[in-house]
Design a binder for this molecule. Structure first.
Ligand SMILES: [Zn+2]
Length: 169
């Protein structure tokens, strides 16, 4: 299988389009959620669809606070972030039935981050042979309809309150 995981290329496109605006901030205006492809915005963590995805269902999971590093988060934020990565995987499994996932962080521009100021996990669903579809999926003229359709299906799975971490006293 060819290696698909090269998110920096898309992040640079995204960064150019946004002209320095952080796509994760401001996180409080709920009226723009659909337009901004926000699937979930909790007190600590948010989940956004990548507008320039590597695969259909490519999600970005970020803390609500505008911080760059994992070490900028306290333990509660870290737990919530990981819990939402897990929940995103669950939602993608339910809706898209992927065969695997790439989950990762790009920390710093040299590591490929296009929005290095605001920490975010990539969650990318994978299917056998999906690298063959990349020329289609990567066409930004084609993808918006896919994204809206996928957004509507995934959003259902982010409506309930987030489950509490297990083992919490
Ligand atoms: Zn931000």
């Amino acid at each position: 299988m060819k290696v698909l995981w090269a998110p920096w290329r898309m992040e640079y496109i995204l960064a150019d389009k946004e002209e320095g605006n952080c796509i994760f901030c401001p996180g409080q205006d709920r009226s723009q959620d659909r337009a901004r492809l926000v699937l979930y915005a909790g007190r600590l963590t948010m989940v956004v669809m990548n507008r320039y995805p590597y695969n259909n269902g490519h999600l970005l999971v970020a803390p609500c606070r505008h911080v760059a590093g994992l070490d900028d988060l306290d333990m509660v934020e870290t737990q919530d972030l990981i819990a939402m990565v897990n929940r995103s995987i669950g939602a993608l499994k339910a809706v898209m039935n992927p065969e695997g996932f790439n989950v990762g962080l790009n920390l710093g521009r040299v590591a490929g981050a296009g929005m290095e100021e605001h920490l975010h996990f990539h969650v990318v669903p994978r299917w056998n042979g999906d690298t063959n579809l990349m020329t289609v999926v990567g066409d930004v003229r084609v993808i918006p309809e896919h994204i809206r359709d996928t957004y509507n299906k995934l959003r259902v799975h982010f409506q309930d309150p987030a489950p509490q971490p297990k083992g919490k006293p």
